[in-house]
Structure formats: structure tokens, C-alpha cells
Design a protein around this ligand. Structure first.
Ligand SMILES: *Cc1c(COP(=O)(O)O)cnc(C)c1O
Length: 466
């Protein structure tokens, strides 16, 4: 499979190169040159497969020419062996026609593990083939950092350095990162804000000699392999509920548009998906777009669902490119205009197509707590604030006879304060994290200055860990 950039000015690449490159050189995002399409017979043949095998079969056409099916199957089995639920992505019924699929049974209790656990192993495999090493660098306000660290810990070809703002993440979030003691993991507590951390990471990537010497790389949410690894659970749920002989709809709590884009990709592959519902908090750029074609950037408002506190949804560019019938020049023009003006000028015909397939619902914190309370009372279900928003969107747009599956993206124990406000009790951490507060931590405090941070990264990369 070959990959093209949404802006048309970057080299065409294979899966492995796209995996390592992340963003394309022209600022665009990579997409497969053609979409693999399955027939009804093909879908039926996938029914009943264990999740890791289903995942390998769905991802295989995207990795064709780079990674063999046997290797992919082994990596998928290893990736999901660390999950603490036998079904990996269990489905639960909440109401008539309304289901929830839990994506949070991985090591960090959030859906990022679904893709990251595979991504770390894919990186290691490709780097070994090429006899190369890379240093994964990232900034985190909490969740993405721990998923990246869990994905990279102990991998021979990877070093990982994560910057977090000192004293500004929750204790659970910090400890999920700093109690990982493998020598290839470095946590830097930056004396500054999350924005400082992000700026420092950008500055390191912009320092070309440093970037090359340290072989910097990223695993952020625009990496195509992350999207590919998120397609299989939509297939798993749809097959369980009657596809391809019955349509299914999905509801997804959305930030960067990565998770719901994977659902769109499953639909593009021929899975009979009727509607895609996008849930947001007060940072509702997507809902405003779907309602009024108003894709304009507002300031970020902190909410009970911090992983959806976003200004722009970077993966939306992939959908835009597709809805423009892959007109890369038009896509580049629209994205450049968006960057300059803060408002995306989406052609009316494109907006109509998007609004015909996607539905948006935004809930503020009060409505989110009401939804959490309702689910707890009416269905004995404990949903974290992100998942509750997705479920509310699913209920809102459910149609008779068509199962609606809402994606649960985080374990409620990750958000004990919000859960206590909504239900009166604090959920316990699952067994695997029960001793989190007894584990030793390791991190280094560093001033928010580029030279200081680069020194720490250099030391981490050159450290000889025999
Ligand atoms: C990352 C995240 C989301 C948003 O997913 P996108 O792919 O960015 O849309 C939603 N919920 C949780 C808990 C997350 O960690």
C-alpha cells in the first residue's frame, strides 16, 4: 500500500515510512492511495474471530508490502495481551438499541492504548529491519504521555522522553508516567505550563541538527498507523450486532477527530455504517461546523473531559481531503486559509456531505454530570465524562432498528473528582493500578529553556544502558 499527502506536495511513501514520518513534509497528513474494500462475504468470514486476529486481518491491507501478515498477527497478539479484559473491547447494552463498547482496558485505562500498544511494537519492528534507533519526544498535559510511555517501555530500538508541566498534572496522571522505571524512559517535569512543554518540543523538532543527531520522532494522533489500529474495533462491534446484514451507527467522544475518522474509514471499507455521531464538551468546534458550517477557532475552555479540550481537530483534514474528491491543491488552500484566519472556509457542497453523515452534540459540564448520574441510575453503568458525552450523543441520534454503539474512551477511575460530583462516590482504580501510589517515581525537574531540555534529551539518548 502506498500513501499520499492531503496537500499533494510530499513524496508518496509505504506504510513503514509513513509510520516513522508521522506528518508529511508539506504539512499534510498521509492517507492510503486506495481504500481496501471488503464484500459482504468477506465481512461475514470475519465474524467470531478473536480481537487480535480480527485486528491483524483489518490492518493487513494497509501494511501490505511493508509488514507480513504473520508478523502483524504476532504484534497484535502481543499488543492486546496486556489488556485486562478477555474480550479486549467488550460490548455492553445500556438501553433498547443503545450499546457501549469499552476501549479502556489497556495499561493506561484510556482508548489511546488501543493504537499505542500496537504502534510501539510496529516502530520497534520496522527500526530493527532498518537497523535504526529513534527517540520519541512528546509533551503531555496528562493522558497521551502515559500511553506513549507504556507503548515504548523496554523496547530495544526506542527511547522516549516525555515533558510534562511540573505540578500541573493530576497525581494519577503523573504517577502513570513517572513510575515506569525502564532505562529507555525519561520523564522531564518542566517548570512551566503545558504550552511551554509543547513549545519546547516544537523547538527541538525545529532545531534541525539536534533533530537529526537525536533521531527525534513523534507518535502523535496524526500518525496514520494510529488511525489504522483504531478501525478494527468498529468492525468487531458491527459484526457482533449483525453487520454486514444490518446497518450499525456509532457515537464517539471526539477531540482530534482520530477515533471517529477510523469509523469513517471502516465505512469507506464497505462496513454498513449508517450514522457517525460526534460528542464534544464546550469546546464544540466540530458541532458548530456540523450545525452551521462554522469551523472557527475559539479559546480552549477547561472541562470535565480534558482529552476533548481542543481548539482544532487535526484529523479533520483527512475527511476534508476525501470530501473534496482528493483535490490536494484545494485542501492545501483551505488549510492554509484556516491557519491564517482561524476560520475554515469549507465549500457548501462539502459541508452538506459531512453534515449528512455526521451528527454533532455538545454537552457542558452540568449536562455531562446529569448524563453520568442518569446512566448510573437507569442502567447501572459507570461512564467517565468523555464516555458519557458519547453515550448522550448516541441516544440523541439513535434510529429504530439500527443499533447505536457509543465508544467508552476512559475508565471512570481516571476522573474520580468528576465521578464523585456526579454520583457521590469515587470509583476505585482497577487491580492493575491499585498500588500506583506505593510505587517509586523517577523524573527530573528542568527549567523551561530549550538548552536545558536539549541537554537532558542528549543525556537520555547517550546514556549507555547495558
Ligand atoms: C484522546 C481521547 C479522546 C478524543 O479522541 P480523538 O481521537 O482525539 O478524537 C476522547 N476521550 C479520551 C478519554 C481520550 O483520551
Amino acid at each position: 500500500m502506498r500513501y499520499v499527502s492531503t496537500r499533494g506536495q510530499a513524496p508518496v511513501r509505504d506504510f513503514s515510512s509513513v509510520l516513522l514520518a508521522g506528518l508529511a513534509e508539506d504539512g499534510g497528513l498521509y492517507l492510503p492511495e486506495t481504500w481496501p474494500v471488503l464484500t459482504a462475504e468477506d465481512w461475514r468470514a470475519l465474524r467470531g474471530l478473536p480481537y487480535p486476529e480480527l485486528a491483524a486481518r483489518i490492518i493487513a491491507p494497509y501494511a501490505e508490502g511493508s509488514i507480513s501478515f504473520d508478523v502483524l498477527l504476532r504484534l497484535c497478539r502481543e499488543a492486546y495481551a496486556s489488556f485486562d479484559h478477555a474480550a479486549i473491547v467488550p460490548l455492553t447494552q445500556l438501553e433498547d438499541g443503545l450499546f457501549v463498547q469499552e476501549l479502556f482496558h489497556g495499561p493506561t485505562l484510556a482508548f489511546k492504548d488501543m493504537a499505542m500498544q500496537l504502534l510501539g511494537r510496529l516502530f520497534d519492528h520496522v527500526l530493527e529491519q532498518r537497523d535504526e534507533h529513534v527517540t520519541i519526544v512528546g509533551a503531555t498535559s496528562g493522558d497521551t504521555g502515559s500511553a506513549a510511555i507504556e507503548a515504548c517501555r523496554g523496547r530495544a530500538r526506542l527511547k522516549v522522553v516525555i515533558l510534562h508541566p511540573e505540578g500541573r498534572t493530576s497525581d494519577v496522571q503523573r504517577r502513570q508516567m513517572t513510575t515506569v522505571l525502564e532505562p529507555n524512559v525519561t520523564n522531564l517535569a518542566v517548570q512551566g505550563t503545558f504550552d511551554d512543554c509543547q513549545d519546547l518540543v516544537k523547538a527541538m523538532f525545529a532545531d534541525a541538527p539536534f533533530r537529526q543527531d537525536m533521531r527525534l520522532s513523534a507518535v502523535n494522533s496524526i500518525n496514520w498507523a494510529r488511525i489504522a489500529a483504531q478501525i478494527p474495533y468498529y468492525v468487531y462491534a458491527a459484526l457482533a450486532l449483525g453487520a454486514p446484514d444490518r446497518e450499525v451507527s456509532f457515537a464517539v467522544p471526539t477531540g482530534n477527530f482520530g477515533n471517529v475518522l477510523a469509523a469513517w474509514a471502516a465505512r469507506r471499507m464497505g462496513l454498513p455504517i449508517r450514522a457517525l455521531c460526534v460528542g464534544s464538551n464546550r469546546n464544540d468546534i466540530l458541532t458548530r461546523f456540523l450545525h452551521d458550517n462554522d469551523m472557527s477557532v475559539h479559546g480552549v475552555v477547561p472541562s470535565l473531559s480534558p482529552s476533548m479540550d481542543i481548539q482544532v481537530s487535526s484529523n479533520f483534514e483527512r475527511l476534508l481531503f476525501e470530501l473534496l474528491n482528493r483535490d490536494a491543491a484545494a485542501c492545501a488552500r483551505i488549510m492554509t486559509g484556516f491557519r491564517q484566519t482561524g476560520r475554515m472556509d469549507v465549500p457548501d457542497a462539502v459541508w452538506r456531505q459531512a453534515a449528512g453523515l455526521f451528527h454533532g452534540l455538545a454537552l457542558d459540564d452540568e449536562a455531562t454530570k446529569t448524563e453520568i448520574r442518569h446512566l448510573n441510575d437507569a442502567s447501572l453503568y459507570l461512564a467517565d465524562p468523555h464516555s458519557a458525552i458519547g453515550i448522550a450523543a448516541g441516544r440523541m441520534f439513535r434510529e429504530p432498528g439500527i443499533p447505536m454503539v457509543a465508544m467508552a474512551t476512559a475508565h471512570p477511575a481516571k476522573f474520580p473528582d468528576a465521578m464523585e460530583q456526579a454520583t457521590g462516590t469515587r470509583p476505585a482504580l482497577p487491580k492493575r493500578l491499585g498500588d500506583l501510589f506505593d510505587r517509586p517515581e523517577r523524573y527530573e525537574v528542568v527549567p523551561a529553556r530549550l538548552e536545558a531540555v536539549e541537554d537532558k534529551v542528549r543525556a537520555a539518548v547517550l546514556k549507555n544502558f547495558a
